[in-house]
Design a protein around this ligand. Structure first.
Ligand code: URA
Length: 209
């Protein structure tokens, strides 16, 4: 993957995203759409996974058939909203190892602080980090730094929506980590929400508001 930012403009992705943005879309529909979009975005973010071949017999003849190479990929959810992307992607990659990163913002220093970090061994794996909203990029950049400290080298970042500020933050901190998203929105508002956005992704998918 050579692009730092890939916006998936596929009509199905854009159609589903518009329904997710609509404030009248109820939680169960939002969650189902997120699952569907996660799979379409996963198709893009996994496109350069390595292949090898395995000798198989079709009913007609032997062939060297392409199969995934290398160790199982790692799928890392940034809590809590990242969990909304997990199940759909795991359906496509059931072999993936799964990890979780939980961060909160220290009100005094404004720095992200780790409160939960449980990941599989990352050395040698493709690592897919998932979080629906790339807003300021502070927590995403911090999470990726923590994953690199834990041994990750080959990372991709998958989100549903990105703000220019978040993309710039990630590009500055982690130029080696390609980002795949369904849309690059206009800006952040004063509270750090993506505009036009879809509101708080966690609240929308878990019905907490
Ligand atoms: N997180 C969200 O859930 N929504 C935003 O708009 C920004 C960050």
């Amino acid at each position: 993957m050579t692009e730092h930012l890939t916006v998936v403009r596929h009509p199905l992705v854009q159609h589903k995203l518009s329904h997710m943005r609509d404030a009248t879309t109820p939680t169960p529909v939002f969650r189902q759409l997120l699952r569907e979009v996660s799979q379409l975005l996963a198709y893009e973010v996994t496109r350069d996974m390595a292949l090898t071949t395995r000798r198989i017999d079709t009913p007609l003849q032997a062939m060297d058939a392409p199969v995934l190479d290398g160790p199982e990929p790692a799928l890392i959810s940034i809590l809590r909203a990242g969990n909304g992307l997990l199940d759909g992607i795991l359906e496509l990659m059931p072999q993936a190892r799964v990890g979780f990163v939980g961060l909160y913002r220290d009100e005094a220093t404004l720095e992200p602080v780790k409160y939960y970090f449980k990941v599989p061994p990352l050395e040698g794996r493709m690592v897919f980090v998932v979080d629906p909203m790339l807003a300021t990029g502070n927590s995403s950049a911090a999470a990726v730094s923590m994953l690199k400290e834990a041994g990750a080298v080959n990372l991709r970042f998958l989100c549903l929506l990105a703000a220019p500020e978040g993309v710039a933050r990630m590009r500055a901190a982690h130029p080696d980590v390609p980002i795949v998203t369904a849309a690059l929105d206009a800006r952040l508002d004063a509270r750090g929400y993506i505009v036009p956005g879809l509101g708080d992704a966690g609240d929308r998918m878990f019905g907490t508001k």
